[in-house]
Design a protein around this ligand. Structure first.
Ligand SMILES: Cc1cc2nc3c(=O)[nH]c(=O)nc-3n(C[C@H](O)[C@H](O)[C@H](O)COP(=O)(O)O)c2cc1C
Length: 401
């Protein structure tokens, strides 16, 4: 029973959605009970946030934010901080970003040799100009030879150690230059354990709506699991994507910003339960205080850095609640965990969750102004040796979204 929603995506009606169970996913030797992934988000999915998500939905896959291979190989301390995991995290999942296959292999070898993670995801989805203008992220699958070589080299060090490798891709650079089917096939042939498809092109950035039909096409094409990604704001959206596309699992990005309990909702929905977490403002205050403490650990006791990092999360946590601009502004001025606790104590504890915004898009929602690519990038599907050297010398150390 499929119907068209306002996104032009068809979905299954609620009555037929709640009675099914979805099997877990095997990524090499790692079993994911609930086929849901926290999609890597730079500046968001550090271990404090992952721990909050995991506490709500203990059996998914929670991926760290992207780490630049060159920064790791150069032993950049910030890159190492991003590789940290909480003791409770199993499996430990991190994402590498690289353009140069050899440097990315070296970074993966560091991860494996240092027993730094149990799973490695490769970033071929970043649309940020500072990444794509160096041929990285979502620009890379266009160059089939470099794309395949990068995956091959990373797998050559991860596979012997039993560390599964997955790839995260977009639909393509734009609709004239789609890459996802070829990229998915190559990832599978090279030995990736799964592929995640964010169903937008680089040009679409975060604007408009993800085209879930593309997820369906890829799921049909590949025999390895496909995680569908894009515009899941509620557990019902997650169910609808599973039904509509036949994907093996879902990856959640902006939908869980300020809503780590979305993973509990999805676990419930996937096991046939209609139970949903809709916290009151008082309960959200407790989550904010806990988040502040976890971030303080993450920043080695530096409360100021912790509460500065917390600011964006607070804005997301309070989205839709009738909390005045003055209270929101005061949060932005907090300099310590005690400041945060004091603000939280002032909340009207029983204010109910604002259901009206529950399924509304949040976070980044704009289109790219222009796709930035290396000169002549689209002219051919391979990268000659002299162009490689030029490009790899430029790969930025501080790449992030
Ligand atoms: C703030 C932000 C940071 C992101 N950082 C990364 C990243 O480090 N690696 C990555 O593969 N994708 C990154 N993404 C993309 C998300 O993982 C996800 O693919 C995208 O947001 C679409 O999913 P959604 O509609 O559920 O948000 C980022 C997205 C946002 C909004």
């Amino acid at each position: 029973m499929l119907s068209e929603d306002s996104h032009g995506n068809s979905s299954t009606s609620a009555a037929t959605l709640t009675n099914e169970q979805f099997p877990g996913i095997d990524l090499g030797g790692i079993h994911i009970d609930t086929p849901v992934m926290l999609s890597p988000m730079a500046g968001v999915t550090n271990w404090p946030f992952r721990v909050l998500c995991e506490e709500f939905g203990p059996n998914g896959l929670y991926v760290a934010e992207m780490i630049t291979a060159r920064a790791l190989v150069a032993k950049n301390p910030k890159a190492f901080r991003l590789c940290r995991f909480a003791p409770s995290e199993h499996p430990r999942s991190l994402q590498l970003y690289g353009v140069n296959p050899e440097i990315t292999r070296q970074a993966a070898a560091m991860v494996v040799d240092g027993n730094m993670a149990d799973h490695v995801d490769l970033n071929f989805g970043c649309p940020a100009p500072k990444v794509t203008r160096h041929g990285g992220g979502s620009a890379l699958p266009w160059k089939l030879d470099v794309f395949a070589e990068l995956i091959r080299r990373v797998i050559s060090v991860c596979e012997p150690a039993g560390v599964p490798v997955t790839a995260k891709i977009r639909v393509g650079i734009d609709h004239e230059h789609e890459t996802f089917l070829e990229a998915g096939r190559i990832a599978q042939e090279e030995g990736c354990a799964a592929v995640t498809l964010h169903a937008r092109t680089t040009a679409e950035y975060y604007g408009g709506h993800a085209d879930w039909n593309r997820i369906g096409e890829l799921a049909q094409e590949l025999s390895i699991p496909v995680f569908g990604n894009g515009d899941i704001w509620t557990a019902e959206d997650a169910l609808a994507m599973m039904y509509q596309t036949g994907c093996a699992g879902v990856a959640i990005g902006r939908g869980c910003q300020g809503r780590p309990w979305l993973f509990a909702d999805i676990a419930n929905a996937f096991s046939g339960s209609s139970a949903r977490v809709n916290p009151t403002l008082g309960q959200i205050g407790q989550i904010i205080s806990k988040h502040a403490r976890l971030l303080t650990d993450f920043y080695d006791g530096d409360e100021k850095m912790a509460v500065h990092d917390l600011r964006k999360h607070v804005a997301w946590y309070l989205k839709g609640f009738p909390v005045g601009g003055e209270v929101r502004r005061q949060f932005m001025e907090c300099e310590s965990v005690a400041d945060v606790d004091a603000k939280v104590a002032d909340f009207d504890q029983d204010t109910p969750f604002p259901m009206a915004i529950a399924d509304q898009p949040r976070g980044r929602v704009r289109y790219a102004r222009k796709v930035h690519l290396p000169y002549g990038w689209l002219d051919s599907r391979s990268l000659p040796a002299e162009e490689r050297e030029q490009l790899f010398g430029d790969d930025p150390m501080d790449a992030s979204y």
